[in-house]
Design a protein around this ligand. Structure first.
Ligand SMILES: Nc1ncnc2c1ncn2[C@@H]1O[C@H](COP(=O)(O)OP(=O)(O)OP(=O)(O)O)[C@@H](O)[C@H]1O
Length: 294
C-alpha cells in the first residue's frame, strides 16, 4: 500500500448468519481515481460498501480508508462524503437545515447556500424534505455527500430517479470535484455511466470479483462486432460471418479496425452496399451479461 492508496481492502468477508455475502474481496482505490463497484443484484456491493464506509463490521479481513480504520468515525467523517441510496433525512427539516445538520454531524466546513446552488436547489432552500420531488431529494442526497468538498466521496446509485439534464449536471459537478483531486467510489446499474467515467471497475457476482480492471481491459475480454445486411445477389464476403434470422450478417472480431478495413475495401472494390452498417467494440453491458452466464 502506498501513500496514494485511499482505500485498501484485503480479503474482506461478510457473513449474515451462515450466508456468505462477500467472499475474500481484495482491492484498492488510488487517490483521484473514479472506481466503480458494479455487479448483479445481490452480488454484495452494498455489504462491501457498508464495511468500507464504517457502517458495518466485517466478518473477517482488513479495510483501511484514508489510512484509518473506517470505524474510527472521528478520524474519517470530516474527510469523506456519502450519498446513500436512501438517506432517510428528517422530513420536517428544510433543504438548508438538512445541509447545516450534515455540516454539524460530519465536521465538514462549507456554506449550505453554496452547495444548494451547486446542485440547483437554491429555490428549494426553505422547502421541507417532505415536499421535495423524488429527483430533488436525490439532488439533496448528492449535496450532503459533496458538502465541504471531501477528499473521498461515495456515490451509491447517484443518478437513479434523475432526468437526463439532472444526470448531466451531477456528472459535471463530479468532474469538477475530480479536477480538484477528489477520489470517487461509484455503484450504479447504469453501465454506460461507468463505461464513460470509471478509471477502474470491479465487477462482482455472488459475493466475489469476477473481473477487475480498466474499461478497456474488461471489454477486451470479448469480441467487438460488425453487422449489416446485404442484397441477395451480393458476392461472397471476405470474412467469416453469422447470419441472423432477420437476415443480418454478424462478424465477431478481436481485430475490429483491421476487419472493418478489409470489409470496407471489399465493399468498394466489388461495388457492394452494406446496408444499416453498425460496428463497435464490446460494451460493458456485454461483459456484465457474460459474467452471469459463467
Ligand atoms: N442484513 C442482512 N441479512 C441477511 N442477508 C443479507 C442482509 N443484507 C444483505 N443480505 C444478503 O446478502 C447478499 C448481498 O446483498 P447486498 O445488498 O450487499 O447486494 P448488492 O450487490 O448491493 O445488491 P443490489 O444490486 O440488489 O442492491 C444478498 O443475497 C442479500 O440478500
Amino acid at each position: 500500500m502506498n501513500s496514494d492508496t485511499v482505500i485498501n481492502v484485503e480479503r474482506l468477508n461478510v457473513n449474515y448468519d451462515d450466508f456468505h455475502a462477500v467472499k475474500d474481496l481484495t482491492f484498492d482505490v488510488q487517490r483521484g481515481e473514479l472506481y466503480a463497484l458494479l455487479g448483479t443484484n445481490g452480488a454484495g456491493k452494498t455489504s462491501t460498501l457498508e464495511v468500507i464506509e464504517g457502517h458495518r463490521a466485517s466478518t473477517s479481513g482488513k479495510v483501511t480508508i484514508l489510512g484509518e480504520d473506517p470505524r474510527d468515525r472521528k478520524a474519517v467523517r470530516p474527510r469523506m462524503g456519502i450519498m446513500l441510496q436512501d438517506s432517510g433525512f428528517s422530513a420536517d427539516l428544510s433543504a438548508m437545515e438538512t445541509l447545516t445538520l450534515i455540516g454539524g454531524l460530519t465536521g465538514r466546513k462549507d456554506h449550505p447556500d453554496r452547495v444548494l446552488d451547486v446542485v440547483g436547489l437554491t429555490n428549494k432552500a426553505e422547502t421541507r424534505v417532505s415536499a421535495l420531488s423524488g429527483g430533488e431529494k436525490r439532488r439533496l442526497d448528492f449535496a450532503t455527500a459533496i458538502y465541504g468538498s471531501p477528499e473521498l466521496i461515495f456515490l451509491d446509485e447517484p443518478t437513479t430517479g434523475l432526468d437526463v439534464a439532472s444526470r448531466d449536471d451531477l456528472w459535471d459537478v463530479v468532474d469538477r470535484l475530480r479536477e480538484d483531486g477528489a477520489t470517487i467510489v461509484l455503484t450504479t446499474h447504469y453501465l454506460e455511466e461507468a463505461q464513460q467515467r470509471a478509471d477502474r471497475i470491479g465487477l462482482m457476482h455472488e459475493g466475489a470479483f469476477r473481473m477487475q480492471g480498466t474499461v478497456t481491459e474488461l471489454t477486451q475480454t470479448l469480441p467487438g462486432h460488425i453487422s449489416f445486411t446485404l442484397n441477395d445477389d451480393a458476392p461472397a464476403l471476405p470474412l467469416e460471418s453469422a447470419l441472423s434470422g432477420s437476415g443480418r450478417r454478424l462478424i465477431e472480431t478481436h481485430g475490429l479496425q483491421e476487419d472493418l478495413y478489409t470489409l470496407l475495401s471489399w465493399a468498394e472494390s466489388t461495388s457492394t452496399e452494406l446496408h444499416d452498417l453498425d460496428a463497435g467494440p464490446t460494451r460493458l453491458d456485454d461483459v456484465f451479461r457474460s459474467i452471469t452466464r459463467n
